[in-house]
Design a protein around this ligand. Structure first.
Ligand code: AMP
Length: 424
């Protein structure tokens, strides 16, 4: 037997209803805020991610599925959606559209991580990006929209919203902080794990994110970024929080919230839950004002977030599974014999064309066995066509729950079943 690849999972029909529910809610909420869908390739040139995510990040250093294709070009399965979306924005000149340009996409991402609960090698994200506008009101709107998605899913009360400002490169507040932080981390290297010591040199802000308890005492006393913010970044953050308050979004400032990708500036945010153990981040995002230019586009600012769909689905109650029943057959047609099968196929096709889910037996099984199958499928009605019925141009329509049955002309079968409406 060939098994699936480690860290890669099937989504079985019993779970698919929850997935559909999340996707439907996401489309409704994002579109209500003016976002349009964009569909992007699953793989891109490797250099896009090296540049767009950052050479020093964990993702680029050790988590990418990278290979040479048959022409020798290095390509990579997308580990996140932002870089590809910005590539498309630049490549198709979408920056000429009225700003902010609001886009969302849904799909699989790939990272070679150590698989564990809530952490997979193929996983799915809902990804949202608003491009070309740097107003703090947009930062707040993006966060409010993310919260609205979870309110719609009935999960908002189980999540907390954390926000922070990372300062920015251009004004110099982040470089000043970085210098200070590196000096501190080097001075306290003895109290840090090897990975943190490495990060102190390559990607110092990420060290703050280390989950190891032995590193916490040193990291918790590290200088905080907030004290280093320049006047513009301070104002931007304060205004973002004012708009969040005006939008009714409760949040906490989390001074150590840094994110895995290099390109974030100013506003960063995360939705976390206490319910999923170590993998407590459900969604995360932030502003990345220099990135579009870095990728060869115009100097447009941007802000966005990604939601981890597996983690959302895990939080949803099993009752949401019922969603998967919506496509299950509502009518089971049981022809008895070859002639009956051929005689009833047009009616089955017409019903399906009208949106009724229909299962058709093959005509070669005994009635009792077929009724048993209909019972297991949980259909509302069965349509039985035997030789005698066929001769009379009729079918028997039986309601499964009550067991009552009546004869219906074959020509009137479609209308009769449609008239049963929700009970069909
Ligand atoms: P990131 O793109 O790393 O900012 O991640 C955004 C969200 O995607 C996280 O908050 C998680 O919910 C989810 N996520 C990231 N990596 C994984 C993974 N390996 N497996 C499952 N979900 C993930």
């Amino acid at each position: 037997m060939i098994r699936s690849v480690r860290g890669v999972h099937d989504i079985l029909p019993a779970e698919a209803g929850k997935w559909r529910r999340v996707e439907r809610a996401a489309r409704e909420v994002f579109e209500a805020y003016g976002y349009e869908e964009i569909r992007l390739p699953l793989f891109e040139r490797t250099e896009l991610f090296a540049r767009g995510i950052g050479e020093a990040t964990d993702i680029v250093q050790k988590e990418m599925y990278t290979f040479d294709d048959r022409s020798g070009e290095s390509v990579t399965l997308r580990p996140e959606a932002t870089a590809g979306l910005l590539r498309a924005y630049i490549e198709h000149g979408l920056h000429v559209l009225p700003k902010p340009v609001k886009l969302y996409t849904l799909g699989a991402m790939f990272r070679y991580e150590r698989p564990q609960a809530g952490r997979y090698r193929q996983f799915h994200q809902l990804d949202v990006e608003a491009l070309g506008d740097e107003h703090a009101a947009l930062d707040a709107e993006v966060i409010a929209m993310l919260v609205e998605l979870f309110r719609r899913l009935g999960l908002a009360d189980r999540l907390s919203v954390e926000v922070n400002s990372l300062g920015d490169e251009a004004s110099g507040c982040r470089p000043r902080y970085r210098t200070e932080l590196v000096a501190y981390l080097r001075a306290h290297a003895a109290g840090l794990c090897e990975e943190c010591r490495e990060r102190a040199e390559k990607n110092p802000l990420r060290a703050l994110d280390c989950k190891r308890p032995e590193c916490r005492p040193v990291l918790d006393r590290a200088p905080a970024l907030g004290a280093f913010l320049c006047a513009d970044c301070t104002t931007h953050f304060a205004r973002t929080r004012e708009y969040l308050a005006a939008l009714g979004v409760r949040h906490v400032v989390s001074p150590r919230l840094v994110r895995g990708l290099d390109y974030y500036v100013r506003t960063t945010f995360e939705l976390t839950t206490a319910e999923l153990g170590a993998q407590n981040a459900i969604a995360g995002g932030g502003r990345y004002d220099g990135l579009i230019k870095l990728l060869g586009g115009p100097p447009d600012p941007g802000i966005g977030f990604a939601v981890g769909v597996e983690r959302v689905v895990q939080l949803l109650p099993d009752a949401d599974r019922e969603g998967s029943a919506e496509h299950r057959a509502r009518v089971f047609v049981i022809p008895l014999g070859e002639a009956a099968l051929k005689g009833v196929l047009p009616a089955a096709t017409a019903l399906r064309a009208r949106g009724v889910a229909v299962e058709v037996g093959h005509g070669d099984r005994k009635l009792g066995r077929e009724l048993e199958r209909a019972g297991r499928l949980g259909v509302g009605h069965v349509v039985i066509v035997g030789e005698a019925e066929l001769e009379r141009g009729e079918a028997i329509v039986k309601e499964m729950k009550s067991g009552t049955q009546r004869a219906v002309k074959l020509g009137e079968l479609v209308e009769a079943l449609l008239a049963l409406g929700g009970r069909a």
